[in-house]
Write a protein that binds this ligand. Structure first.
Ligand SMILES: Cc1cc2nc3c(=O)[nH]c(=O)nc-3n(C[C@H](O)[C@H](O)[C@H](O)COP(=O)(O)OP(=O)(O)OC[C@H]3O[C@@H](n4cnc5c(N)ncnc54)[C@H](O)[C@@H]3O)c2cc1C
Length: 418
């Protein structure tokens, strides 16, 4: 079994961006996973990105590989703000990024990862095994879907989580209840409505929080008062978009507080006219239980404290994600226990390394350490250069140690014949 220095698990934006940085730095590495698998298979065709176009580029080690560069090359329309980038354009852009800057991506999944001595051993779905000195986990939101207890255990034919979409053709002409009040719920409701399904959104909130439409060409005073940043408008967004290293230095309680009170359930500006007046929305509504009756799913809900029943062909839980590394079934128990020390969340050093030396986590799973920017592609601009720099630094330190190992530890040669 040959030894690779670094193996990246996951070929989405985070894994690909890091691979580009490692390749540029000459680090021996491999990258595993279906290229842009989550974006190609689990998101609905026709979806528009929530992030602004200028904030949707994978970070590259050199210039010339942003969404803007891609659109210019392909003659596609581009505006940094207020454009609503189509999913299809973003995926094509990311595949172009990979074909230019990332080495060969092996479209296999990891079945098992364990630590043996100072190395990591990986078993793959194609039957091979690999060994590496370092492993980076870049699996996005995989395994973290949260379903409310009331909807758990319903047969898959009647209930699913928004993480799984995917083509929505199956829902044409059907009654679809969607639980949730954020971008996933609202985005799915618009697409389903336009497809000819009858979508009904059930949300706890008393109104939808809509993002304001970004305005290009604001005057300097307006931009100084509320600058545009990767995650939105305002100085708070600037801090959270640009300074994840400072966020990491905050007290864990403060970090948790910020995570709980920023970027709550909300809808992108471009969804407003596709939802309001077109999709049925029940506010202040909570699902208490569910059952199957006459081939339909019946939800027992409380709306403004009053009991009601909502019947549908299918219910989608658009109820978000919660990081829990223990959900990664491929991690050996000792690795999962060692890194999931805060109710499943990994505690990370300032260079994204877990408590297991040589094991790193990048992307949404490290949002509680580095802030909400890690939930977005924009965060690749922080994670990729930092992790690549640390790996290069470790390699150099290792090479120095190997060059002079005798100085510190070699025993003195025995003198003989005196
Ligand atoms: C509906 C929806 C809309 C979103 N819209 C936006 C948006 O507009 N802008 C934005 O910035 N973010 C958006 N996000 C968040 C987005 O998913 C993340 O920002 C981004 O995809 C994280 O990238 P990643 O590389 O960490 O993971 P992912 O893109 O999820 O990639 C994971 C990779 O891991 C691979 N993989 C999975 N299991 C294994 C395994 N066992 N072994 C090997 N490889 C494996 C997959 O094939 C894939 O290559 C959205 C998320 C959702 C769910």
């Amino acid at each position: 079994m040959s030894l690779t220095d670094t193996i990246i698990i996951g070929a989405g934006p985070y894994g690909s961006s890091l691979a580009a940085h490692l390749k540029a730095a000459g680090v021996d590495h491999q990258i595993l996973g279906e290229p842009m698998g989550a974006w190609r298979n689990l998101m609905p065709p026709g979806m528009l990105l929530r992030s602004e176009a200028f904030a949707s580029s994978l970070h590259a080690p050199c210039s010339g590989f942003t969404v803007e560069d891609y659109c210019r090359l392909k003659g596609l329309p581009y505006r940094p703000l207020g454009m609503a980038l189509p999913l299809e354009t973003f995926v094509e852009y990311a595949l172009w990024f990979q074909s230019n800057l990332v080495g060969e991506i092996q479209p296999v999944d990891v079945l098992a990862l364990r630590r043996v001595g100072d190395e990591f051993q990986l078993s793959l779905t194609d039957g091979r095994s690999l060994t590496a000195r370092r492993v980076v986990i870049a699996l996005g939101l995989k395994g973290f879907a949260q379903t409310p207890p009331a909807l758990r255990g319903l047969p898959a034919q009647y209930a699913s989580h928004s993480e799984l979409y995917g083509n929505l053709e199956w829902a044409r002409d059907k009654d679809i209840a969607i639980v949730g009040g954020g971008q996933s719920a609202l985005g799915l409701s618009a697409l389903l409505n336009e497809l000819g399904a009858r979508a009904h959104v059930l949300m706890r909130e008393s109104s939808v929080v809509w993002h304001e439409r970004p305005q290009a060409g604001r005057n300097i005073m307006s931009r100084l008062r509320r600058p545009d940043a990767g995650l939105g408008r305002g100085w708070r967004s600037v801090f959270l978009s640009e300074f994840p290293g400072v966020f990491h230095l905050l007290d864990p309680k403060r970090r948790k507080q910020i995570m709980e009170h920023t970027y709550g359930a909300s809808g992108a500006w471009w969804l407003h006219d596709r939802v309001v007046g077109k999709v049925q929305i029940s506010h202040r509504t909570e699902v208490r239980s569910a059952e199957i009756e006459n081939d339909r799913v019946v939800l027992n809900v409380l709306t403004d404290g009053k009991k009601a029943r909502v019947s549908a062909d299918h219910v989608i839980a658009a109820t978000g994600f919660k990081t829990d590394m223990r959900q990664h079934a491929f991690l050996s128990k000792d690795l999962a226990d060692a890194i999931s020390n805060q109710a499943g969340m990994p505690e990370l050093t300032s260079h994204y390394e877990t408590r297991v030396r040589g094991l790193y986590v990048v992307g949404p799973a490290c949002a509680h350490s580095f802030g909400p920017v890690m939930r977005f592609v924009y965060g690749t601009k922080h994670a990729s250069p930092t992790v690549a720099r640390h790996i290069v630094g470790s390699l150099k330190a290792g090479a120095r140690q190997r060059a002079w190992p005798v100085v510190a530890h070699a025993p003195m040669p025995e003198r003989s014949g005196e």
